[in-house]
Design a protein around this ligand. Sequence first.
Ligand code: ARG
Length: 286
Amino acid sequence: MTFTTRRFVQTASLLAAGLVLAACGKKEAPPAAAPVAPAPAPAKVYVVGTDAAYAPFESQNEKGEIVGFDIEVVSAIAKKAGIEVKFVNTPWEGIFNALGQGDRDMVVSAVTITEERKGTMDFTDPYFDAQQLIAVKENSKVAKFADLKKLKVGVQTGTTGDEAVTKLLGKTSTAIKRFESTPLALKELESGGVDAVVADNGVVIHYVANNPGGKFKTVADKEFVPEQYGIAVKKGNAELLGKLNKGLADIKADGTYNTIYAKYFGAAPAAAAPAAAAAPAPAASK
Ligand code: ARG
């Protein structure tokens, strides 16, 4: 078709459309479409944001699929709750904005429930106990958190590890190196760019175990406050929160949660030990 013909056809169809519109304006609305069976409304798919660079909680396998403890927990909860979920890799920085703006219906990302965050989002009941842990090189003299005061420390921006280190070294400290992911901070430790990394124990332990060439060791400190992970939803989304809490209670009650836990962490979680009240685990450092 030549340009002019196409142009003509376009113009003609525009005119035709205009006529139809004009006609509609004068007369009543065109008859409703024949009453064929209405397509069933597609079930809502809840979009779950996760920063999938956080093994063993969330990471991408060789096929690019998002896998991990958090993913299995939320999938099991969703099954109980009868809802459909879809996981979308979402950078940690901005993950809570995405939730607030409705781009994500929930965030599962080893998110620590904090008073500050509770101001801008709602959390499910806790589903995992965690604590900060220090990673250093095998030959490091660091024996406790306070020893990091004169050192260069890597953290993932905006995490509870970042908060703890910022408190220790001061808001304006230039010795804090912030990274967009925890593995990046740990790589920097391996190459000597930082002297220590402070991050969630589960992730540090996993990384150290899987990177023996890095010659890392971990240092625990009872100074770190116990943390608990929750699934975050947009503030006020009581409907979804209720479904998730019910599903979480269900998978805890029927053993599904323990099965997933054992798959990733070896043993069932200490029965009904409220993290905050439990005696702090002995420091792993020697
Ligand atoms: N638990 C820590 C926090 O809430 C770190 C979580 C980081 N999660 C992640 N998938 N990168 O601040």
